[in-house]
Design a protein around this ligand. Sequence first.
Ligand code: NAP
Length: 480
Amino acid sequence: MEQILNYIGGKLQKPLVDSWLDNYEPATGKVYSHIPDSDVLDVEQAVAAANAAFPAWSTTPLEDRMMMLMKIADGIEKRMDEFVAAESKDNGKPLKLARAVDIPRAVSNFRFYASALQHFASESHQMPGMAVNYTLRQPIGVVGCISPWNLPIYLFTWKIAPALATGNCVVSKPSEITPYTAYLLSQVCIEAGLPAGVLNIVHGLGSKVGQTIVEHPEIKAISFTGGTETGKRIAATAAPMFKKLSLELGGKNPTIVFADCDFDDTVRHVVTSSFSNQGEICLCGSRIFIERSIYDKFKTAFVERVKSLRVGDPNDDHSNLGAIVSAQHKQKIQSYIQLAKEEGGTILTGGEEVQVGGRCADGYFLEPTVIEGLDYLCRTNQEEIFGPVVTLTPFDSEAEVLTMANSVKYGLASSVWTNDLKRAHRIAEKIEAGIVWINCWLLRDLRTPFGGVKASGVGREGGWEAMRFFTEAKNVCIKY
Ligand code: NAP
């Protein structure tokens, strides 16, 4: 069986202790490769390689660094089909989604930060007649990047590209559940001629590899995307070590539909924002609040459209939803559907496993599920499920919907559907979320700050925010 290898010091290699983990294809439920069960020794080696590479990489002319990132982007694009297949096979998402979103976005991440590096400027402040200050922004050194399984290469490169662009060397860990595209990326980096040690990819478990990266005294900053509980643990370890921290965590995002929305367009988009990637996008809206005067009409149209979604083999272009990422995660989602029933919810559609058959007979498939009749404070409406499950709740006023929308501990994203411009601004101001989409969802401009508030994270990614995160600012004051 194929072995995925670590990328350390410019070489592909087995874990130092010859130990391996199974890599499952969620659509078939079968193991299709093995991944390194790396440990502290592999991380130590990666940190040593990154430290050795740092003096040269951090002083490489910007133009050369930019060209290298562009080459990596080209390399991913050239191997697009392999990346698409691997992203879908590891994660269970439809192949067409990986082709339309995940892989093009990974390419854009490298291109965006390659060009950002050419335009990134720092500030200067004059003290009239006395002095001038300028802000010197320098790479931090060796940084750690840890990413989750839901948008594997998209989120992995979203961290790595700005870290490399700003002159840092990276020790990274993709999710152990979806390692293959990161392995392909290491091959692309070798083909592109990225100097040894600049990027190191250590595969393995969060509790071993991830924790060692977070604890390592020579890793000066941690950029992490994943669950809130893991983020808490990382903060508890890294904060007393005074590491720079960017934490992108879980969400329980509200979708707010007002009676004056463009009805058909809203129904269509809200189905997408609920069930894309099997609902396994941190930005998916999972609590849908609908103004009471259109509640029944919206519910009928929404449920009808959800029923028409096809759950099936990710390789089939007719599938709208693929497989859930793992058997364990599927069980977690099912336990929440059961909880919703116990909490008094009514399942309007879905709630069951899907038997896809054929090569997918043992895969992990679930119906898209819509539930109504739940109190907004119940556990189903407060805890992150991270699957194809949404709730519908009516509201009577702006004040009421804001209370319900803001009642969760999370604050990642939101979407608001209305044609009333003044109301849209009012809601945007009051909603507790790092992102507010008005009449759209997942429309991303990479220059904008990205991230959540409350238990959805601290720090911001995207645009200059990431360039600032991965640099230390030093003030130089010159008296004249
Ligand atoms: P997770 O369990 O927190 O894992 C995320 C990453 O952290 C994985 O690589 C994991 O490795 C690693 N990890 C686990 N324990 C660790 C530790 N003690 N120290 C360091 N690293 C550790 O999250 P997930 O289940 O992969 O992803 C789903 C979560 O991510 C959801 O909550 C979702 O909302 C969130 N998410 C947030 C955003 C955002 O931008 N805010 C984007 C995407 C996803 P293993 O795979 O080996 O456990």
